[in-house]
Design a protein around this ligand. Structure first.
Ligand SMILES: [Zn+2]
Length: 277
């Protein structure tokens, strides 16, 4: 094991043990990606735990409104978000969410969607390039079909933006970022009559979020933005509405680790690895 991964493991153990002793936790936005065929039970188990630990579920736009109106204080609210819009979310997660009456948000990667619907022969190269870790652990990664996306919209799931080509926004110019998010917004409007309001930064770490991102999002009609930097929302005094924190969840962790995540283990880990600005 390299020194770097030894240090990370040490941080992780520290964060887990500290979070496990935390009895006071608040509202939180969770990030999922895939729910593979072998992960259906794990996903359902996590949803059932969230149902018992939180007072309710809303989509991210409703969540932002609750925060801005100062209505979160006494309540513990959870938000479920899925990044990219993979097919297995439709196949394996949606039936569980519908059954448990949990509302969720999908941050759609436009190119994944477009290749799935128009150029499936180019999909493999794209997912290997953009999602190397996911494509190693999941076979036949693909996006949603137009019919599936329509069903999500009709069933009141929120659809958010996640760029066209799935780039780290810090690595491109502001003008290109504007194009990436405007095209996607226009596509959803023209094809589904749907207006996108929220946006999640691809990769979502501190280095992927430029200081000028918020201004462009606002100019292009977005009302909120989401990172992948973990924090309990109630611990914030003031939140930048274009840099809301979110907590990444793996479906391969134990129940205890998942409970630690709810109580802030990832918050501690992100502080230790200096993800905050
Ligand atoms: Zn993504």
């Amino acid at each position: 094991m390299s020194l770097k991964s030894k240090i990370y493991k040490g941080f992780k153990n520290f964060a887990n043990s500290k979070a496990s002793r935390n009895s006071d936790f608040g509202s939180r936005i969770f990030i999922y990606h895939n729910v593979g065929d072998g992960q259906v039970d794990a996903f359902e188990k996590q949803m059932v735990i969230l149902k018992s630990e939180f007072d309710g579920f809303v989509n991210v736009t409703e969540f932002v409104k609750l925060v801005q109106d100062g209505l979160l204080n006494s309540k513990k609210i959870a938000c479920i978000t899925f990044d990219d819009g993979f097919y297995d979310v439709y196949k394996n997660a949606k039936p569980i969410l519908d059954k448990l009456n949990i509302s969720a948000t999908i941050f759609l990667n436009q190119m994944l969607y477009e290749l799935t619907n128009e150029h499936p022969e180019k999909l493999e190269g794209f997912v290997n390039d953009k999602f190397p870790r996911l494509s190693r652990s999941h076979q036949n990664l693909r996006g949603l079909t137009a019919v599936q996306l329509k069903e999500f919209i009709e069933d009141d799931y929120e659809i958010g933006g996640h760029t066209y080509s799935h780039v780290s926004v810090s690595k491109i110019k502001g003008s290109l970022f504007e194009q990436e998010i405007t095209n996607q917004r226009q596509f959803l409007k023209d094809n589904f009559g749907y207006v996108i309001k929220s946006f999640a930064y691809p990769y979502g770490r501190k280095k992927d979020i430029p200081s000028w991102g918020a201004k462009i999002l606002k100019n292009c009609g977005y009302t909120s933005g989401f990172t992948g930097i973990s924090q309990d929302i109630s611990k914030f005094e003031r939140i930048n509405q274009f840099e809301f924190p979110r907590t990444s969840v793996s479906l391969n962790i134990s129940e205890q680790e998942f409970r630690n995540l709810i109580k802030g283990s990832a918050d501690i880990l992100d502080k230790l690895t200096r993800q905050y600005k």
